[in-house]
Every structure is written in C-alpha cells, then in structure tokens.
Design a protein around this ligand. Sequence first.
Ligand code: NAP
Length: 361
Amino acid sequence: MRTDQANSRNLLPKTAAPPRLTHRGPEMAMIEIGGPDMVASRIALGTWAIGGSMWGGSDTRSALRTIDAAIDHGINLIDTAPAYGFGLAEEIVGRALAPNGRRRRILIATKCGLEWQGDKIRRNASPARIREEIDASLKRLRTDYIDLYQLHWPDPGVPIEESAGALATLLQEGKIRAVGVSNLDRAQTERFRQIVPIRTTQPPYNLFEQEIAAELLPYATQTGLVLLAYGALCRGLLGGKMSSATRFEGDDLRRVDPKFQQPRFDQYLAAVAELDQFARGHFGTGVLALAVRWILDRGPTIALWGARRPDQLAEIGTVMGWSLDAAAMDQIDRILARTIVSPIGAGFMAPPAADAERAAA
Ligand SMILES: NC(=O)c1ccc[n+]([C@@H]2O[C@H](COP(=O)([O-])OP(=O)(O)OC[C@H]3O[C@@H](n4cnc5c(N)ncnc54)[C@H](OP(=O)(O)O)[C@@H]3O)[C@@H](O)[C@H]2O)c1
C-alpha cells in the first residue's frame, strides 16, 4: 500500500504546466506524467492482443517474452485492462513483473468501468463495479497498488461525477497512485476533473485516426495532461507488413474493422506503401517508425504500441533520436489526403452501454 505522503503528490492543480519531455539521444525518450514522481517511457506496451480475445487467441509464453523484450528496449509503462482477455492480460502482466522486484521499476496502467457476461462486454462505471474491479485487478496483477487507474469508457447510465468519485476514494486509500481517463471527450474530461485530479487521457490516435486533433489534443497540451495514444499502429496496418491478401483468423476484430474491408482496405494499404517510401527516402526508416514518431511529435504523448511477440518490438530503436518537422508533417498530410478517399474512424470499437443493450433486446 502507498503512504499518505505518496498520495499527497497526486493532488495536482487543475491547470498544470506542460509535461516535461526528457530526451536522451537515441535511447528511449521519457516524459513526466503529472510530475517527477512518475516518469514514463514515450513508448508503452499495449496488452490488448496479449489477452487474446478479439485478437484470435493468446500465447502466454510469447506474451511473457514480449514483456521481457519491452523492458529490455527501455519501456517502463505497460497498459492493460480487465477486459483484455477477461482478466488474462492482467494475469500475464502480473506474472511477468512478479520476479526480482521488477514490479517497483515498472508503471502499470490499467482500467475500470466495463463488465462482461460470457464474451459480451458492456459498460458499467458505477462506484460498486469500480470497487469490485480494483480488488480483482490488484490480485491478477500480483500487486498492492496501481500506478495509473483509468476509466475505460464513460457510462451513459452513471453520472460521470459518480465514477470520478469512486476513483477519488481509491486514490485516498492508496490503492492507486494516479487517475486517468479514456474515451472521454473534452467536456466529459472537464466534468471528471472537477471531482478528482487526472494526469492522463487515452483516446485513439494514430496517422489514420486523428479525430482528437481538433479538441482533445490541444486541451491536453494546455492543461498538462499526457495523452496516451492508443492504436499507435492502427491495429497493425501501420506495421507495413500487410497486403490485400492478408486474412485474419477466429475472433480477430480486424475481420469486422471497417478499415480492413474492401474497397477501403486497399486505400489504407496504398497510404502505407506511400508513407513507407517517404520514410525510407527522407529518414532511412520504414512506415512503422514514421507512424510512431509522428505520434511523439504531435504533443505531450505516449504511443501505446500493441505487441504479442518479442520480434514485433525490434524496431523501437529506430523511432528515437530524430523528429518530423512541419514540412514533413505537410507531406504526410498530402499522402493521406491523396490515398484515403473514404476515411473512417475508430468508432466501431465502442462497447455498448447497458441501456443500449436493453433497447436492442
Ligand atoms: N482505451 C481503449 O479503449 C483502448 C482501445 C484500444 C487499444 N488500447 C490500448 O492501446 C494498445 C495499442 O492498441 P492496439 O493493440 O489496439 O493496436 P496497435 O498497437 O495499433 O496494433 C497492435 C498490433 O499490431 C501488430 N504489430 C505490432 N508490432 C508490429 C510490427 N513490428 N510489425 C507489424 N505489425 C505489428 C500486431 O498484430 P498481429 O500480432 O496480429 O500481427 C499487434 O497486435 C492496446 O494494446 C491497449 O493497451 C486501448
């Protein structure tokens, strides 16, 4: 359990100075999350695919080796959630961090506010559900505190202030060190932080999903929030290894993800090919490094890179030690506008609210 002294550091002013970026040459760059007591790598490991569900299955040995590799590459922040594999991703993270006092060196970000029956996930951000979830997460993660506890999705059936109040209590109790939100818009975020100080926001953000650029990103920059950009590789599209012949197995969400359906899939693949050519010609890297670099050069961000095999993280080093200037950003915009004629956002991922389910029944 954390001490009261540790908790008092969480009481940040509602308008904080912009987060301090700490670059260290070609190695992993770091960023303060809400203060010097929480310094995270600018690339974090995302563990949704490690949970297996909606990703065609999980391989625990490979997942454990991926977490080892992430730490070897300088990553010290792991993002997970109870919903990823219905507890499995958290269990694997807990197992990976338990030996050798590793837990103390790594920041764990997990989430609350969803529940499931069988494999059907829906929103439940009631204080009672949140209380239940924190204890289950602590147990699966084999720890007695969470570094960053995030509301996963807003629940239209529960006033946002009630969910925020439940997180404020956990902060006071020392079960969590800091609070973040995910999938909240600017107005919801404002309401939330009237009740409890927050340090982060976690929306979808990548080269192909830029909806938050107009409001949430400037808001985060102005108010000192760190933005954890999820889907950094747009579910693998920006990894540069797919073709129109790529197929997905089992319950893999990309079988229904609208970006992966023709004729749109070919538009996104054409964008990937042009971006790759641009990256190779100008920076000597591939599209994957360009995509992650782009996120890091847009503001006070951390790129959440989902991986489930150690080799998928091999290119991390190529993201560091350079940056994209305004001219390069313009050229990237032109490539996107030319190739993607019918863009579509990440909205398909939103889980239903309990009310919506009742209405559909
Ligand atoms: N808050 C939220 O609501 C929310 C929603 C979504 C995600 N997230 C978080 O953000 C994290 C990242 O998002 P994401 O996992 O959805 O998507 P992502 O990071 O855009 O893509 C992950 C997938 O890309 C592929 N990939 C990884 N490295 C690669 C490489 N070097 N080359 C080619 N392909 C590569 C892998 O797929 P294959 O193994 O199939 O090749 C991997 O599972 C999640 O893990 C989760 O922690 C949060």
